[in-house]
Design a protein around this ligand. Structure first.
Ligand code: FPP
Length: 228
């Protein structure tokens, strides 16, 4: 959800206004994803590195998350959305941890869209955490280093049951992953959209999906028409 700050700066508004409009874009995108029959939508809403932002902006972002869960959770539940959270919870305020837990608990049995909120999330941190868990198993003598496979490491990530993303859409014209789902993105198609997140709408979403559909995915194999 990149470009909130630039959207606000272009209009002479404070950054928080960009983030507020970003939450509206999120609501639109969740509705569109449900309508398009998408199974999983993961949003990168606060990275492990975002703690380096000014304290006032961090307070604003935490406030917006609180408000989003308090205001939108019932609606999400009614729409059969299941909410999952990935990221480290240890550094978060206790009331935020409780809200995140409440969102997961309330929507646990919903079988529509799964909305995965990456909050206080960093992919390298996630992989290091998985490696630590494997190291503990090895140290306890329950696992031999020779038995560690990529599948095995994958089971120690935050949400191992969630499929790898088919497509990652980044807004605002930036063309990098910025520590987002590095493990899971091994074969994801990347689509870069040159508009700021607050302007992201159903049309932009659909055209990003269209671009993804035109890609040929080979997963390291050969193209269908590459001959014998
Ligand atoms: C990227 O824009 C956006 C963020 C770092 C924060 C997005 C998070 C929220 C809107 C908080 C609410 C969260 C939920 C789940 C409701 P940027 O600030 O990096 O923009 P810039 O690159 O233009 O400065």
């Amino acid at each position: 959800m990149d470009g909130n700050g630039r959207w606000a700066a272009a209009r002479g508004l404070p950054r928080v206004e960009g983030h507020r409009r970003g939450v509206e874009a999120l609501r639109r995108t969740v509705r569109a994803a449900g309508d398009l029959g998408i199974g999983y939508l993961t949003i990168f809403s606060f990275s492990s590195e975002n703690w380096s932002r000014p304290p006032s902006e961090i307070t604003d972002l935490m406030g917006l998350l609180r408000r989003f869960i308090r205001k939108d959770l019932v609606e999400l539940h009614k729409s059969n959305v299941r909410v999952r959270i990935i990221g480290e919870r240890d550094d978060l305020d206790r009331d935020i941890c409780l809200l995140l837990q409440e969102a997961e608990d309330l929507t646990r049995n919903n079988d529509g869209l799964t909305l995965v909120v990456a909050f206080n999330y960093g992919a390298r941190q996630e992989i290091a955490r998985a490696a630590r868990k494997l190291a503990i198993e090895v140290a306890a003598g329950r696992l031999s280093p020779d038995d560690i496979t990529s599948e095995h490491l994958g089971t120690h990530l935050h949400a191992p049951d969630i499929p790898d993303p088919d497509v990652i859409i980044r807004t605002s014209g930036e063309q990098r992953l910025s520590n987002f789902l590095l493990w899971q993105a091994a074969y994801s198609e990347l689509v870069f959209v040159p508009i700021n997140w607050p302007d992201f709408d159903r049309t932009a979403f659909e055209s990003a999906i269209e671009e993804y559909r035109r890609r040929e995915r080979r997963f390291g194999g050969l193209a269908a028409n590459s001959g014998s």
